[in-house]
Each structure stands twice: as C-alpha cells, then as structure tokens.
Design a protein around this ligand. Structure first.
Ligand code: HEC
Ligand code: HEC
Length: 300
C-alpha cells in the first residue's frame, strides 16, 4: 500500500516538469513567430535587375540547380551533403504547386530573415539564411521579384523531416540569427561597406570561411580566418591578411581573381565549392567585385 502513496517530492517534481515543459513550449512559440506582412516597406517597387544581381551574389543556383534539362534553373532536386546527413534541396522556381509560385513576399522574407517556412517549418541551416538574414528588406523583395521572372518548373521536392531537429532549431536560430540588417561601418568608404555587405549577407562567405564553435555558431572572433570544410575533406583557406601573405597584390588583382578564377591562372578558387561561388561572382558588376576585394584586403 505504502509503495504507491504519493510523496510530496514526487508531486513537486511532476509539477516542476510540467511548468518547465510549458515554459519551453511558450519560448518555442515565441521564437517561431514569423514577421507580419506589415513589417514590409509599404511603397517598395521591386527592382528585378537588382534582384538578379543578388541572386548571383547569393549563389542560389549553386545549391538549388535543377537536374537534367533544368540545370539552368533553381528547380532543386539535388542532395546536399551536410554534417547532419544529406538533405534534398527544394525547388524555388515560381511553379505554384511544387515551387514558390504561390508564396507571398512576406513568406519569402521570413524564409531568408527567420529561417521559417510559410507553414512554420524551421529550415535546416544548410540553407545559409543565417547570412541572408543580414540583407535589407528591399533587397530581399527584389530577389523575390527576380525569382518570379524565372520559368516555373514542376519538380516535387518535399522538405525532409527531422521533427526533433526542426523543433530544436528554434532555439539555435535565436542564437544564430542577426537582430537587424547589415549596418554600414562608420568611417569606412561606401565601396568598402558595399563589399562588406555583399560578403556578410548575400555572399555568405563566412559560412565556409569562418570556423564554428561547439554548437555550430560562427566564431565572430575568427571571422573569415579559415575553417574545416563542412561537406568535403580538407580546409577552407583564411581570407585574412591576403595581401600581407602575398596572395594578391592589390584590389584589382583580387577582383580579377574573383572574376576569372582558374581561367586566368588563379588556382586557389576552384575546388570545394569555391569554383561555383567564383562563377556566380563573375556575373557581378566590376564595381561590386572591387568592393568585395577592397573589403577583404582590409582584413588584417
Ligand atoms: C549552400 C546551399 C544553399 C544555397 C547557397 C541556397 N540555398 Fe536555399 N535551401 C537550401 C536547402 C538545403 C534548403 C532546404 C532546407 C530545409 O530542408 O530545411 C533550402 C531552402 C530554401 C527555401 C525554402 C523552400 C521551401 O520549399 O520551403 C528558399 C525559399 C530558398 N532556399 C531560397 C534560396 C535563395 C533565394 C538562395 C540564394 C540567395 C538560396 N536559397 C541559396 C540550400 C541552399
Ligand atoms: C562552399 C564554401 C565556400 C563559400 C560559400 C565561399 N568560399 Fe571561398 N573558398 C572555399 C574553398 C574550399 C576555397 C579553396 C579553393 C581552392 O583551393 O581551390 C576558397 C578559396 C577562396 C579564395 C582564395 C584564397 C587564397 O588564399 O587564394 C578567395 C579569395 C575566396 N575563397 C573568397 C570567397 C568569397 C569572397 C566568398 C563569398 C562571396 C567565398 N569565398 C565563399 C570555399 C567557399
């Protein structure tokens, strides 16, 4: 009889667990709240040409490239290797059923700014939204407008389920996501800040070139200082002190390396995904490549 007698300690423990569970759930709900449509700039007229530029700066095609006849479009369907296992890359062409054709602008903004899908799904950070979140809202809206001009491709690419991982991601996202868009660094030139913006935000260069800590957050103290490669063997080189180490002579030299890569004999921008990054960067205006080079050569 005494065995099942309620003990006050057990009652307290059960109550404590229930309260902790509720607190975790409420925190999760709070962290999973998307931005409302009212957060969008009211009078923005999308600039498709700027959207195309950001599409190339962001290297969307590198991961979202379609297969077979759709290789020129971000129709998805490839599997991306990540430390947590392979993941299917979705179709982001404007097909209404299988792509993002039925999305509202705010849905797209929440994907890039918050890592949240229209149905509240928490995206796996293999989609580098932790960098894209530094982008300005007008730029994100322009990028969306550009994607809408692409040919819709019918290709079903269901998000793969990892319910517990996705649940836990809410807490990680709270730590990993910036609280505001990129802010120009005072005292630096407009071109330096343009370069910084492209590198930090759309270019997501830090995702590969910056080492991470034990919980996978970028180590800001070692920004772009080189890191182990996440999906392939070997290391991603440091982008600091490129001039001092004799890697590139000048802003023009580094800008040409980014524009032409291997084709002009710059050997160190070809492997480990960098070749794709470089071929996307090659489509940016000269001034933007020089801006990126100016920012990078400023890193000591
Ligand atoms: C490094 C690879 C990579 C790059 C680069 C990348 N993505 Fe993705 N993206 C992914 C993966 C993987 C997913 C799926 C994430 C998941 O399953 O949680 C995804 C998901 C998305 C989604 C959600 C789609 C859906 O059906 O819910 C959107 C929108 C998206 N990406 C847009 C973009 C845009 C725009 C760019 C370029 C600015 C871009 N991505 C660049 C890998 C990438
Ligand atoms: C997918 C991971 C990845 C991303 C994203 C990435 N890089 Fe790289 N990067 C690499 C790898 C790997 C190498 C080494 C390539 C080689 O040795 O062939 C490299 C090499 C370089 C080099 C040559 C360094 C040297 O010592 O000569 C430069 C410059 C560079 N990256 C700039 C950038 C910039 C700018 C961005 C963002 C726009 C960027 N990278 C984004 C993986 C990446």
């Amino acid at each position: 009889m005494g065995v099942i007698r309620r003990h006050p300690v057990i009652t307290l423990l059960v109550a404590g667990l229930a309260i902790a569970g509720l607190a975790i759930f409420l925190a999760w709900r709070h962290l999973s709240t998307p931005l409302p449509a009212s957060a969008l700039p009211a009078a923005h007229r999308p600039d498709v040409a700027n959207g195309r530029l950001l599409y190339h700066a962001g290297g969307c095609i590198s991961c979202h490239r379609g297969r077979g006849p759709h290789a020129a479009l971000p129709a998805g369907g490839r599997r991306l290797k990540t430390p947590g296992g392979a993941i299917l890359v979705p179709n982001i062409t404007p097909d209404r059923e299988t792509g993002i054709g039925a999305w509202r602008p705010i849905d797209f903004v929440n994907a890039l700014k918050k890592g949240l899908g229209p149905d509240g799904t928490h995206y796996i950070p293999a989609f580098p939204y932790t960098s894209y979140a530094w982008m300005t809202l007008p730029d994100i809206l322009d990028l969306f407008a550009y994607l809408k001009t692409l040919k819709p491709v019918k290709n079903t690419t269901p998000l793969e389920r990892a319910p517990l991982t996705r649940f836990a991601l809410a807490f990680w996202q709270w730590l990993a996501l910036p609280r505001h868009a990129f802010r120009p660094i005072p005292g630096q030139s407009a071109s330096f800040n343009r370069g910084a913006y492209l590198v930090v935000g759309p270019g997501h260069c830090g995702e590969c070139h910056t080492p991470r800590n034990a919980i996978f957050l970028l180590d800001r103290d070692r920004w772009l200082a080189g890191a182990p490669h996440l999906s392939e063997k070997g290391k991603v080189p440091s982008l600091r002190n490129l001039k001092g180490r004799g890697r590139y002579k000048s802003v023009n030299d580094l800008a040409s390396a980014l524009k032409y890569g291997e084709a002009l004999g710059y050997e160190d921008l070809s492997s480990g995904g960098m070749g794709e990054v470089q071929s996307n960067l090659a489509r940016l205006p000269e001034a933007d490549l020089k801006a990126i080079a100016e920012y990078l050569l400023g890193l000591k």
